[in-house]
Design a protein around this ligand. Sequence first.
Ligand SMILES: Nc1ncnc2c1ncn2[C@@H]1O[C@H](COP(=O)(O)OP(=O)(O)OP(=O)(O)O)[C@@H](O)[C@H]1O
Ligand SMILES: [Mg+2]
Length: 258
Amino acid sequence: MTPLLKIASIETLYYDRIYALHGLSLEVKEKEIFTVLGPNGAGKTTLLKTIAGLLKDQPKKGIIEFMGKRIHRLPPEHISRLGIVYVPEDRGLFRELTVAENLDLGRWGRKDAEIQQDYEFIYGLFPILKTRSTQQAETLSGGEQQMLAVARAMLRRPKLLMLDEPSLGLAPKVARIVYDALNQIRQRRTTILLVEQNAKMALKIADYGYIMESGRIVLEGTSKDLQENEDVQELYLGLGGETISPKGWRLYKKRRTW
Ligand SMILES: Nc1ncnc2c1ncn2[C@@H]1O[C@H](COP(=O)(O)OP(=O)(O)OP(=O)(O)O)[C@@H](O)[C@H]1O
Ligand SMILES: [Mg+2]
């Protein structure tokens, strides 16, 4: 079966000379959750922006196909209309608009009969958004902003929902609400590409994972395989936290095998 998203040997550069993605390849299959894990500066955000078409004239090389059709270097509006919806790390909300206004803009002019059903779905995921509907987005807590960003993305009925570190800065309890919602979104058969530093949470929910380092994929496997992999355990799932300290990463780099 053709993967929903296929990326082959892409190269993305900043200022025409700094390689952020260096021959990166990966595939995302339909109706599953795929995660990309990696330390600071690995290129995770650049990867999502490249897919979404937000970096002009990038990727310089390689292929990105969505549902069997080439999408690389298409304008971002075009890519988005095909059903790829990107929730950036800063959540991309209209800060001065209310919750309800942000959601209405997220509809993108949809008037179909199913829109009501979609509102019910998102309010079911995040009931708090209903009680906050007249509140300005910038006055929401970080967790509520993330919920609003995910809810707004869902009103576009994405075929591929891409999220950049949705748990970043959230208390564990709040992060769990967001992750529970992602689980329900998957049950609705929406494919998710999730970029995270919180490997523990991401591997718990994902079906398949990629580990990225310096613009390349260095390891991939089912979440179960990755959770059982000794290197992954030590670096990402080890004692003392769920994120990687730069020092730990450098020490690790010297003796890693991938
Ligand atoms: N706008 C930019 N201009 C120049 N270089 C950039 C730009 N954005 C990112 N980079 C560089 O590209 C590399 C990858 O950055 P990127 O933000 O994609 O990493 P990341 O994996 O998302 O990191 P983090 O976990 O900190 O979010 C880094 O070396 C970064 O300095
Ligand atoms: Mg990033």
